[in-house]
Structures are given as C-alpha cells and as structure tokens.
Design a protein around this ligand. Structure first.
Ligand code: CU
Length: 157
C-alpha cells in the first residue's frame, strides 16, 4: 500500500513544482491572475510630414487577466493618440483592451498610434522612444525603429 501513495506524493510535488516554475498559479481563484505583456514588431514608417507620424506595434498578453492600454506618450512628441480606422476615416479610440492570452494589434489600415507635434522629423534608421501606459501593468517602454516610408512588416521591406 505504500508504493501507490509514494507515487502519488511524488506526482503532486511535481505538479506543484511546475506551477511554481511557470508562475501561473493553480488557478483556483482569480486573485493572482495577472496580465503578462510583451511588445513586438514596433515600427514607424518614415513620415512625409515633419511633425506628424503613425506608429504600429503588437502587444501580446500571455497572462490570465486582460489589461487595458489607457494612454501613450513619447518624449519626442507633444501628443500621442490612439486611432482606429473605420470606413477609411481615422477616429480617436478609447482605452483598448489586451485580452488574456490574446493580443492587441496596431497595423496599417487599422489601429495605429498617431504622433503629433514631433520635436524632430523621424529618419529611417533611428528610433523613437514610446511609453505605453496600461491599467494593470503600468508603463511599458518601447524603442520604435523608424523604417522606410513604404515599409511592409509582412515582407520586412
Ligand atoms: Cu490617425
């Protein structure tokens, strides 16, 4: 009778160990569910205008809770707003949700960041510092590389 018990104990220990390693918790409650954000594929097409530019990126959430992008700032621009494109027209978007185990995508023709009153014209090869402010995760800093005006993230050109 001892062997099965010992095996079960080892198994339970192994499972607990896994839970601790990944930090996912045992998901018995919602108390420790947290968003786990990372930012990918950030870029700014070199703008035609000297004072205004668009920016794109993807926010990925590997956590068990959603988060919300409440605002965006940059030391290089007086104002950064979040826009969505609807029927070919740009509109200011409210706080955007990053779903649990999901992503929030900014791409050409869809959601984008709008930089207004830039301090200097962004040039290809340089980066623009951007701070993304989230309701749960706080501030996430991104160095957004400036690409060519016709850059296509799908092809990398
Ligand atoms: Cu816009």
């Amino acid at each position: 009778m001892r062997r099965p018990t010992a095996a079960a104990a080892v198994m339970a220990a192994a499972l607990t160990g896994t839970g601790l390693l990944t930090g996912c918790g045992s998901s018995s409650g919602t108390g420790d569910a947290k968003p786990e954000l990372s930012v990918h594929s950030a870029y700014m097409p070199q703008p035609v205008s000297a004072t205004m530019a668009a920016g794109f990126l993807t926010v990925e959430n590997k956590g068990d809770a959603k988060d919300e992008l409440t605002s965006v700032t940059s030391t290089e621009a007086e104002d950064v707003t979040v826009h969505r494109t609807s029927g070919g027209v740009m509109k200011e978007a409210g706080p955007l949700t990053v779903p649990a185990h999901g992503r929030l995508v900014f791409r050409s023709g869809g959601n984008h960041l709008m930089f207004d009153q830039l301090k200097s014209a962004p040039r290809q090869g340089r980066t623009v510092p951007v701070e993304l402010h989230f309701a749960e995760s706080g501030t996430v800093k991104v160095e957004m590389p400036v690409k060519s005006a016709t850059y296509n993230p799908a092809t990398g050109h």
